[in-house]
Design a protein around this ligand. Structure first.
Ligand code: SF4
Ligand code: SF4
Length: 428
């Protein structure tokens, strides 16, 4: 950090959402960078080193949005520094319970598969939901995301999509990454992606083994576990990586793990470098591998909110190009961070900052939009923030394409066109 203070702007771009709402230096990228510098360089100012409470306090409101990595002229990467700091801070110490609840969500989601409806019931029944939220440190105002009654991978196997290895689609083979969020909570997104990719002539494969990129682990500094899970992925995907099969990440923060964290953790590993180069968002993939694919038209209005990691690491250019080719009349919101940022906005100590971030631009714009306007947001947490704090639900780009494939250029008639595509409330 050279101290020019671009991170102290009050509007536009993503950096720095916590400063934009608190207006306190210690919650800006620069404030945090300064404290970290003191910690590493001055044992007089910061006697406790990696256990320094003021550094931890300043990093606590960092949403790990990676806005600074893209917007700061020095590309200060506070999300990575935060993960590194927390990894040292909690070395040989127990973390707070919410870190295990959210950081290990992949494991809990697997356990919930024994009876997703029962888990949803417990998480939403008036008496038990309060207890669960209190136990794991979730804000009382939040509602817990609901598990789908059938996850995407089960649906994929059941529908005979799991074809023998090597079976070609006319345009080739692609790995659809079944991230924890779209697999267990929003399988309709991944199903839509399968429909669209098959419509574009690809043979979709989904890894058989149970894998997770570990995105939630970084927010809590659980770097040893994250490294182990990534190593498992490199082993499980070895043949696809070596064959050069493209991998599509539907959840932007998971695609960003493969594009960013993976090569930071394994900088010399050839497989890691290749996977990082072979990973694409859906829009990037269609542009690169199906340049001739003409998506069906969908002539209506839309608002696009880009996930922070998407904007910082992959950029939105391919997405806006795809939406233009669809014929949508859309606006890209200058909405910065939605405020949910993984589990950040679920935690009770972050609720107010989370809502304030969302209320800056995104939520008022969604509420102001005509009820037949499509709200597009690829990130799970962005969609949760919109669902929980407005009367609208956002669609993933894959679902917008599916809508065009299934319903023609006008899409569904009437208000709340997303309703048929999300079917979220019927899961208890
Ligand atoms: S963090 Fe980046 S934008 Fe902020 S003061 Fe430092 S160099 Fe400037
Ligand atoms: S990661 Fe986001 S919240 Fe954290 S310092 Fe950077 S811009 Fe601010």
């Amino acid at each position: 950090c050279v101290g020019v203070g671009k991170c102290r702007r009050h509007e536009h771009g993503t950096m720095c959402p916590s400063y934009m709402v608190t207006r306190e230096e210690k919650h800006s990228t620069r404030g945090r960078a300064r404290l970290l510098w003191e910690m590493l360089n001055s044992s007089t100012l910061r006697k406790n080193g990696w256990r320094d409470e003021s550094v931890k306090d300043a990093l606590d409101l960092c949403l790990a949005c990676k806005g600074c990595k893209a917007d700061c002229p020095m590309n200060v990467d506070m999300a990575t520094y935060k993960a590194e700091f927390l990894s040292h801070y909690y070395k040989h110490r127990l973390r707070p319970i919410h870190a295990y609840a959210f950081g290990l969500i992949h494991l809990w989601a697997q356990l919930a598969q024994f009876s997703p409806r029962l888990v949803n019931f417990v998480n939403h029944a008036p008496v038990t939901s309060g207890l669960v939220k209190k136990l794991i440190g979730v804000a009382a105002q939040r509602s817990m995301p609901m598990f789908a009654s059938e996850n995407f991978k089960t649906w994929f196997r059941r529908n005979g999509r799991a074809r023998p290895p090597g079976a070609p689609g006319k345009n080739g083979r692609v790995v659809l990454w079944p991230d924890t969020f779209n697999n267990f909570f929003h399988p309709e997104t991944a199903k839509a992606a399968v429909e669209v990719l098959e419509d574009a002539g690809f043979h979709v494969v989904v890894p058989d083994v149970d894998l997770c990129c570990g995105r939630p682990l970084y927010d809590y500094g659980m770097l040893d576990t994250a490294k182990r899970w990534l190593a498992q992925i490199l082993t499980a995907l070895r043949s696809e990586i070596e064959a050069g099969t493209p991998v599509i990440g539907l959840e932007p923060s998971c695609a960003a793990v493969f594009r960013d964290e993976l090569t930071e953790i394994f900088p010399q590993n050839e497989q890691a470098i290749r996977l990082s180069q072979q990973t694409f968002t859906l829009a990037e993939f269609l542009k690169k591998f199906a340049p001739e694919y003409e998506p069906p038209k969908l002539a209506r209005q839309a608002l696009l909110h880009g996930h922070c990691h998407h904007k910082a690491i992959m950029k939105l250019d391919c997405d806006t190009e795809l939406l233009e080719r669809l014929g949508l009349d859309f606006e890209v919101l200058d909405s910065g961070c939605c405020g949910m940022a993984g589990a950040f906005g679920f935690e009770k100590n972050h609720y107010d900052v989370s809502v304030a971030c969302g209320e800056r631009v995104l939520l008022p714009e969604v509420r102001r939009a005509a009820k037949d306007t499509l709200i597009i947001a690829d990130g799970f947490s962005c969609r949760e923030q919109i669902r929980q704090l407005t009367d609208r639900q956002a669609l993933h780009t894959a679902q917008v394409l599916e809508m065009a494939v299934n319903e023609g250029p006008r899409g569904p008639s009437g208000n709340l066109p997303e309703q048929k595509y999300v079917a979220y409330e019927s899961r208890v």
